[in-house]
Ligand binder design. Structure first.
Ligand SMILES: NC(=O)c1ccc[n+]([C@@H]2O[C@H](COP(=O)([O-])OP(=O)(O)OC[C@H]3O[C@@H](n4cnc5c(N)ncnc54)[C@H](OP(=O)(O)O)[C@@H]3O)[C@@H](O)[C@H]2O)c1
Length: 271
């Protein structure tokens, strides 16, 4: 009698409508995962989903949601459960940057950033982990940033601390889940060609001031993240120059590092 093939695993990717999230979705699909894709722009999610279905023949569920809404994580997981599925891999990727000093944006904007990039990440991870542990298999990739591994800089008052939090959070979950089959990785890209710098209006200045060797493509970043998660590495810094920057940052005394960041930030951002 023919044996039923094992059911495919499901990967939930947040911020899958563009950039690194869409690239990671493609990588997981290429390794045989069905997908649940979420972000706000449904038209973009549907286009990514259709492309992936055609190329990889996997099932893709699209869930339009704004992660700034505190009810969104439960709704997303509820829609997945309503399809009779559970999450085997979670990629917490949705994110954006706010430019300007801390008080230049209103509290509502800062609070939304914390909700999208920090609280939703913690909540989704907390809610999928018990199932993963029970299955003896799971992958959590938290898309942090090189910014989380280098000293603070002016003009990114919440972005950098959020990314540093995600690194420590991922390291903690990594250690807590050793030998359970659940792998947890903080993916720390440096400058990456996506819509990120269009959304925060820094594209023009950064294109002029950040040399080409500092940039990677979203596909390269996504592939590095997938491989690191498979190898159960707690941190993945993408690209040799970024690895060198992260290593040097660890060696610098805090005062030197902060002075350097203040100067370089002004040079890169043009003020
Ligand atoms: N690009 C870089 O240089 C770089 C470097 C280091 C780290 N990163 C990190 O990489 C991650 C992905 O960014 P990216 O570079 O791929 O930029 P991107 O192309 O702008 O993608 C950001 C994604 O986040 C989603 N998103 C933003 N706000 C959201 C919200 N309120 N609710 C739900 N989804 C939301 C966007 O979808 P919708 O607009 O459709 O909602 C989009 O899919 C971010 O966490 C970012 O911090 C980027």
């Amino acid at each position: 009698m023919p044996v039923d093939p094992a059911p495919r695993r499901l990967c939930l990717v947040t911020g899958a409508s563009s950039g690194i999230g869409a690239a990671i979705a493609r990588i997981y699909a290429s390794h045989g995962y069905d997908l649940a894709l979420t972000a706000r722009r449904e038209d973009r999610l549907l286009a990514v989903a259709e492309d992936i279905r055609l190329k990889h023949g996997v099932e893709v569920q699209v869930i339009a949601a704004d992660l700034a809404d505190p009810a969104a994580p439960d709704r997303i997981l509820g829609e997945i459960a309503a399809h009779g599925r559970s999450v085997s891999a979670l990629v917490n990727n949705a994110g954006y940057g706010l430019t300007g000093r801390y008080v230049a944006s209103g509290w509502a904007e800062q609070a939304a950033m914390l909700q999208v990039m920090l609280t939703a990440v913690c909540e989704l991870s907390h809610k999928v982990l018990p199932d993963m542990t029970q299955q003896g298999f799971g992958r959590i990739v938290n898309v942090a940033s090189l910014a989380g591994l280098i000293p603070a800089s002016p003009g990114q008052p919440l972005y950098t601390p959020i990314k540093a939090f995600l690194v420590k959070f991922s390291e903690t979950l990594h250690l807590e889940n050793l030998h359970t089959g659940v792998h947890v990785t903080a993916l720390c890209p440096g400058l990456t060609y996506t819509e990120f710098h269009d959304v925060n209006h820094t594209r023009k200045t950064l294109s002029r001031r950040a040399p080409a060797w500092m940039w990677l493509g979203a596909d390269e970043v996504a592939a590095a993240g997938y491989e690191a998660a498979e190898a159960n590495r707690p941190i993945c810094v993408t690209g040799a120059p970024n690895k060198a920057i992260a290593a040097i940052a660890k060696l610098l005394p805090d005062e030197w590092a902060l002075a350097l960041m203040g100067r370089e930030y002004g040079r890169l951002r043009g003020h």
